[in-house]
Write a protein that binds this ligand. Structure first.
Ligand SMILES: [Fe+2]
Length: 479
């Protein structure tokens, strides 16, 4: 091994790049094992991977690498080829025949650039082969790509449908080795029963089977509201082009002609699933950015509405901040906290539909005018009802003036009939209204407002929400 040339190559790769790694599962950073007999290469490679956010473990030969891989969990292994005690090819082959560790992707990093070495690396099960001369430009992107793919595919379920038990078992073994979970069915009818119970992420189906064949199964899956998005791959010894085209028309994602190489089948399954999930993730990102834009526009409408009245200026923003503090006190997760913020910002949106002579009136309202003001929760809910991405906050908007004792509006809901988020908004709304100036009175002091909130707890306001509000206030006072 030419240490200087190799280490120089690695020393340069760690200087650039923003490819931070996402956790493969459950929010923990990816764990990577480096197996190389060169301390310099281990050091420089480790430095680069640490910068990318990984947890890195080192071994100086294949034998130690194997012991570590057997005793700990890794998301990726990067190994050299020429090492004492056990070389990288033998290490990779042993790992790939291990009953529980075979799905860990292995990247072989070597100074050998011959075609037969590269071929041999894939033969022993490596996911990737990087020559050390290409390491500088390739390693970050390859590591990121492998881990992203693993994160997307890990634990995904594939439903294998074939009437031949030997083919089912062969495919099952290969898919489990690649990290998938597998469901098995002997025919289309059995597959439909499993689809209803387990929601697999992909279907791999034979064409000719008794009871229900692959063609009928494909049609039903494609036309079913819950299953139509599941990638459907057909495997058949029938290479008839017309039939292939017909299946693709029925919604099949791919057609594999038997006999096929089992590795090719696994790679096809991985490719379809990762494309599928990348697409789903992109769609979600797109929807989320649309949602944020909508929230931004509607919030500015509410701000503009409130800005016309000195007494309500900034009210919804203040309510949003208070509800977020309460949500944090209630140990809600990030998405629930975000929902709380939006509900706070938009809770009085419906006032947009109230006539100015009532909304901006400084004198006390008469009964008729109160009736109209009390429509604002319903108007707000109706304005948002066509917007699918905001449907989760509509109940909070509709019910933020309900009272625990059933004397609120618009529906007179009682206790737990009132959505939690609406009960939270009600507490924050009450506090902000009490502490704000009104045409007919000065805003109450913090102490007075808290005393009133305590007083109406149980009848008007939810006691748990009041408690979390008081804890948030207490924390705020102490900081
Ligand atoms: Fe309101």
């Amino acid at each position: 091994m030419k240490l200087n040339a190799e280490s120089d190559c690695f020393l340069r790769i760690s200087e650039s790049g923003q490819d931070n790694l996402q956790a493969p599962q459950g929010g923990t950073p990816p764990r990577i094992l480096i197996v190389d007999d060169s301390p310099t290469i281990r050091y420089t490679l480790k430095k680069d991977l640490l910068q990318m956010g990984a947890i890195v473990t080192e071994a100086s030969n294949g034998s130690d690498g194997l012991s570590l891989a057997e005793s700990q969990d890794f998301d990726l292994i990067i190994t050299d080829v020429e090492m004492p005690r056990m070389d990288g090819f033998s290490f990779c082959a042993k790992l790939k025949s291990h009953p529980t560790k075979s799905s860990i992707p292995v990247v072989i990093l070597s100074s050998r650039e011959k075609e037969e070495d590269i071929e041999f690396a894939f033969k022993v099960g490596a996911s990737n082969y990087i020559t050390k001369s290409n390491a500088r430009k390739d390693i970050r992107a390859r590591v990121k790509e492998i881990l992203d793919r693993r994160r997307l595919l890990n634990g995904r379920t594939v439903l294998v449908v074939d009437d031949s038990s030997s083919i089912r078992n062969l495919i099952e073994k290969a898919l489990i080795k690649a990290g998938f979970q597998v469901l098995l069915a002997e025919n289309g009818q059995m597959a439909l029963e499993l689809l209803g119970r387990h929601s697999p992420d992909m279907v791999l189906s034979d064409l000719h089977m008794p009871v229900m064949d692959g063609l009928d199964l494909c049609k039903i899956v494609h036309n079913h509201k819950d299953f139509s998005q599941i990638p459907f791959i057909v495997m058949s010894s029938d290479g008839d082009r017309a039939k292939m085209r017909q299946l693709l028309e029925y919604g099949a994602s791919a057609y594999l002609v038997k006999p096929f190489n089992i590795e090719q089948l696994v790679v096809t399954a991985e490719r379809f699933l990762s494309d599928h999930f990348s697409r789903v993730l992109n769609e979600r990102k797109h929807l989320e950015s649309e949602r944020q834009m909508l929230i931004g526009s509607i919030s500015s409408l509410v701000l503009a509405l409130e800005a016309r009245d000195l007494y309500t200026r900034g009210h919804s923003e203040s309510v949003a901040e208070l509800v977020v503090e309460m949500a944090r006190e209630m140990a809600m997760d990030a998405s629930q906290i975000e929902r709380a913020r939006v509900a706070g910002k938009l809770h009085d949106l419906g006032k947009i539909g109230i006539r100015d002579d009532i909304l901006l009136k400084t004198a006390p309202l008469d009964d008729e005018e109160w009736k109209i003001i009390k429509l604002h929760p319903i108007i707000g809910a109706e304005i948002l009802s066509p917007i699918q991405s905001l449907s989760d906050i509509i109940p909070a908007i509709r019910s933020h003036h309900e009272r625990l004792d059933g004397k609120g509006y618009p529906q007179g809901l009682k206790g737990s009939e009132i959505p939690l988020l609406a009960r939270m908004v009600a507490v924050a709304d009450t506090y902000d209204a009490l502490t704000s100036d009104r045409p007919y009175r000065k805003g109450f002091s913090n102490e007075k407002a808290l005393a009133i909130i305590e007083e109406v707890k149980g009848e008007q306001l939810c006691p748990e929400c009041v408690q979390s509000f008081l804890r948030a206030c207490d924390k705020h006072m102490r900081t």
